[in-house]
Design a protein around this ligand. Structure first.
Ligand code: NDP
Length: 258
């Protein structure tokens, strides 16, 4: 049964090949949305689109790097041509990398900012004409690291803090035009993010175990728990919510060392 009021809405989801983006796509499919799925891994996108179509869902894929400006322009044009417009943008593509103020290279800093922040800014700009016409909305996938400081992942934290402020500023600018913009700020969530960021399997398992103690609810999150919040925020049920950076983190953002 469709309950969220997003059936027939056109949704672009970046980072759809894995983790939070993928779960969001599966959730949107159940709710009857039409989707353009974006990430670099074509095979994974194809498999996901096939899975969605098997249950009568509507999904097309656009395999590309979100930092490729020309490709993103094409992706937005193709979405509009194919589906008639865009109602919702979910920016879930992102990476994490270790590094401190002392050892983060300018190259690594630039890559983090380009992917986690500049690409989101660019996609927001590209989709806005359609979103304004259709009184749509955006959800950016930020992190607890946008709201709180953590050592050892400096550029990642700064990119997510920038994303939070981008969300708030754009929300104020676009509210009079009927467009809502929000962010979700997950705590540690079981996806591929940390292993792609350089943790081997042993280090990842140890990190997950340790994370049980750093999250007050006593466990890490699952991608579906983040997707459920994203789907609420993109839906008309959240029609009076804009400019929020919404923690979904088992209480992590409320903690202080003691
Ligand atoms: P995953 O690694 O499982 O998924 C990341 C997604 O981003 C993949 O679909 C990947 O696809 C895509 N992606 C990465 N780089 C690019 C690129 N250059 N161009 C296009 N797509 C790209 O991690 P999560 O699902 O956890 O990550 C989703 C978001 O959630 C990220 O923004 C992350 O920062 C945030 N987050 C995650 C937390 C966690 O603990 N997991 C906690 C807080 C926030 P592909 O490789 O096919 O391009």
């Amino acid at each position: 049964m469709k309950e969220m009021g997003i059936d027939n809405k056109v949704v672009i989801i970046t980072g759809a090949s894995s983790g939070i983006g993928r779960e969001t796509a599966l959730g949107c499919a159940k709710e009857g949305a039409s989707m353009m799925l974006v990430a670099r891994d074509k095979n994974r996108l194809q498999q996901l689109a096939q899975q969605i179509r098997k249950t009568a869902g509507v999904a097309d894929i656009f395999p590309a790097d979100v930092t490729d400006d020309a490709a993103m322009k094409k992706m937005v044009s193709r979405t509009i041509k194919q589906f008639g417009g865009i109602d919702i943008l979910v920016n879930a593509a992102g990476i994490i990398a270790n590094g401190t103020i002392e050892n983060t290279s300018l190259k690594d800093w630039d890559y983090m900012m380009n992917l986690n922040l500049r690409a989101v800014f660019h996609l927001m700009q590209l989709t806005l004409p359609s979103l304004i016409r259709r009184r749509g909305n955006i959800v950016n996938v930020s992190s607890v690291t946008g709201l709180r400081a953590f050592p050892g992942v400096l550029a990642y934290c700064v990119s997510k803090a920038g994303l939070d402020q981008l969300t708030r500023c754009a929300a104020l600018e676009l509210a009079p035009k009927g467009v809502r913009i929000n962010a979700v700020n997950p705590g540690v969530t079981r996806t591929e993010l940390h292993r792609r960021g350089g943790m081997d399997e042993n280090a990842y398992q140890a990190f997950l175990e340790h994370s049980q103690t750093t999250h007050p609810i006593g466990r890490v999150g699952e991608a579906k728990e983040i997707a459920d919040l994203i789907i609420f925020l993109i839906s008309p049920h959240a029609g009076w919510i804009t400019g929020v950076t919404y923690s979904v983190d088992g209480g992590r953002a409320q903690t202080c060392a003691r």
